[in-house]
Design a protein around this ligand. Structure first.
Ligand SMILES: NC(=O)c1ccc[n+]([C@@H]2O[C@H](COP(=O)([O-])OP(=O)(O)OC[C@H]3O[C@@H](n4cnc5c(N)ncnc54)[C@H](OP(=O)(O)O)[C@@H]3O)[C@@H](O)[C@H]2O)c1
Length: 274
């Protein structure tokens, strides 16, 4: 077991499923866990457990990631309160669903929560990650991927498919992972994406994907490797399926598509006005 004393690790979506397992595992290894949640009661419950189990203090950050203003507020709070950030784990996510839903900003919900929120949070915390280097960003993506149609990113045309919405958002995370890793080359900040495990027994799977086929433990072990394995220092811009490097949808390896997604995401998150 890695000794993570002295490391500060932010996990989004830490109040359920994979994120919760990771938060507890990291605390046991001595890391200071910054646990993100969207609901005060659930976050307080987790912080109580983390306090009871961990050797290091845990701190909570509250934000609904379906609202970019809340992402900005939370990033500001992290920057005000934290002196370092060794790992950012963008784990929070919404599964598939029958209905097309939109975020507070009017963006298709899966694209907003699964991709745009993590994109913005990462960029707002980049200076802290750079200052804490060697440091890491781990994007929890998925093997469920669908190419982004840049003419209809918000999925307003034709019959809505919740799976497509989910899969497009998950591929967007992978494109952004490769793109940011290139941008950060030489900075000491590694950025990787991981499909933790297939159909883990979590709320998302039970509610929107069907019968679970793997355990949260399996997915957590794959994510923990990217978060903490010293052998992976300097490995960046990769997509892993479990503990092995995988091949993502071909669009991930198209530099034009990555640049187009970067421009779109910068514009939608207000980081760069078009
Ligand atoms: N389960 C799988 O087999 C599988 C496979 C591949 C990839 N993944 C990825 O793994 C990650 C974790 O999924 P999971 O299976 O652990 O699902 P989960 O148990 O449903 O957990 C999802 C987490 O995201 C949080 N979340 C959802 N919407 C949010 C919002 N608007 N603002 C803030 N937080 C929000 C949830 O908060 P609450 O606790 O408040 O509900 C929860 O903590 C996701 O990115 C998912 O795509 C999962």
């Amino acid at each position: 077991m890695e000794d993570l004393r002295g490391s500060v690790i932010l996990v989004t979506g830490a109040t359920d499923g994979l994120g919760r397992r990771l938060a507890l595992d990291l605390a046991v290894r001595g890391a200071t866990v910054l646990a993100h949640g969207r609901r005060r009661e659930r976050l307080d419950g987790l912080l109580g457990e983390l306090g009871a189990r961990g050797d290091a203090p845990a701190r909570g950050y509250l934000a609904d990631l379906a609202c970019l203003d809340e992402v900005r507020r939370m990033a500001g709070e992290v920057l005000d309160a934290e002196e370092r950030l060794d790992v950012l784990v963008n784990n929070a996510g919404v599964g598939a669903g029958d209905k097309r839903l939109v975020s507070a900003d009017g963006h298709e919900l899966r694209f907003a929560v699964n991709h745009l929120a993590g994109f913005l949070l990462t960029r707002l915390l980049l200076d802290l990650l750079r200052a804490s280097a060697p440091s890491r960003v781990v994007n929890v993506a998925s093997i469920g991927q669908a190419a982004i149609d840049f003419d209809d990113v918000m999925l307003e045309r034709g019959t809505f498919s919740g799976f497509r919405a989910y899969a497009q958002s998950k591929l967007a995370q992978i494109l952004s992972t490769i793109d940011l890793a290139e941008e950060l080359e030489g900075s000491g900040v590694d950025v990787n994406a991981v499909h933790p495990a297939t159909l883990m027994d979590t709320t998302m799977v039970r509610e929107s994907f069907g019968t679970p086929r793997s355990t949260v433990r399996e997915g957590a072990d794959a994510a923990l490797r990217l978060i903490a394995d010293p052998e992976l220092e300097g490995v960046s811009g990769r997509y892993f399926e479990g503990t092995r490097e995988g091949a993502a949808d071909p669009q991930a390896y198209d530099p034009e598509a990555r640049a187009e997604l970067r421009r779109l995401s910068l514009r939608l998150t207000g980081l760069e006005r078009a």
